[in-house]
Design a binder for this molecule. Sequence first.
Ligand code: NAD
Length: 294
Amino acid sequence: MSDIAFIGLGNMGRPMATNLIKKGHRVIGFDLSESASKAFSKIGGEVALSAVLAVQHVEVVISMLPSGEHVKTLYSKEFMESLSPNTLLIDSSTIDVTTARSVAALCASKGFEMLDAPVSGGTGGAQSGTLTFMVGGREEVLEKSKPILECMGQNIFYAGASGSGQVAKMCNNMLLGIHMIGTCEALNLGARNGLNVKDLSEIMQKSSGRNWSLEVYNPYPGVMENVPASNSYAGGFAVDLMAKDLALAAAAGLDTKTTLPLGNTALHLYRMWSETAENAKIDFSSIIQFLNKH
Ligand code: NAD
C-alpha cells in the first residue's frame, strides 16, 4: 500500500481519491476550495493545508485539476522541491498537450517520472472505479503505476510518449461533445413530435443511433436515474470544462491543419451556452436546454 497525495478533490478527484482509500492506500488530499476539502474529510480522507504540505513524504502524487493553467501553477519550484526522491507523478486532469509535455519535461529534468493519465467515464465511472485511463509517458512507468490506476479504473491504455494520453483524451471528448449535442437534438425532435422520450431512448439504444450519451448519460430529465439530467444538471461534467476540451481540439486542429467542422460547431454551441456563470457550472448534458430555446 502506498502513501498518495491527491490534489484537486472536485467532482472527479474526490470519488477517485475515495476509491484509493477503499483499496487500503493512505491518501492526503488538498483542494483550494474549502467545501471540497471538507467533503473529502467527511468520507475519512486526510486533508493537508497546502499542496506543498500534501506531497511531502508520499510515494505518488495524483492531480485532478480543471485545466493546464492550474497544473502549471501546481508544479511550482516550491512544489518540485517538496517531493521525496522517486515520487511518481501522475496528472489525470484533461489539459493541453503542450503543457502536459512541458510539465513532464520539467519533472524529468529534476529526476522524476511523470505520466499524463487523463480519464473518461464521468463522475459515475469515478465513483464506481471503472474509469478508462489514457496514458502518456514511459511504458515501464505505466506498468509500475498500474496497481494504483486499477484502484480507480477498469481500462488502462498506453497511448505513447508524454502528452499522448492528452491527445487521445482530446479526440475522445471532441466526439463526446458532438454526440451529446446530436443526442439532444434527436430527443428534442422526438419530444416535440409527440413521443415519450423514455420510449424513444429505448428504441434508439437498440438501433443504429446508440451511443454513450444515450445509454449511460441520458440528457433528458427523468429518463434515467442517477444522471445529472435528473438532478437539475447538478454535478457531473461542467459546461465550461466541455467548452475547454473542445477548444483544445480546435487548437490542435489549427496546428495540424485538420478540418473539424463538427468539433468547431460543438465548441461554438457550448461557448454560447456557457455565457452565463450559472450555465457554465452545470452539467454539459444541459445543452438540451440551449437547443430547446433556439
Ligand atoms: P471540478 O471543478 O469539479 O474539480 C476541480 C477541483 O480542482 C476544484 O475543486 C478546484 O477547487 C480544485 N483546484 C483548482 N486548482 C487547484 C489547485 N491549484 N490546487 C488544489 N486544488 C485546485 O472539476 P472535475 O469535474 O473534477 O474535473 C477535473 C478534471 O477532470 C478536468 O480537467 C476535467 O476536464 C476532467 N474530467 C472531468 C470529467 C467529469 O465528468 N467531470 C470526466 C473526465 C475528465
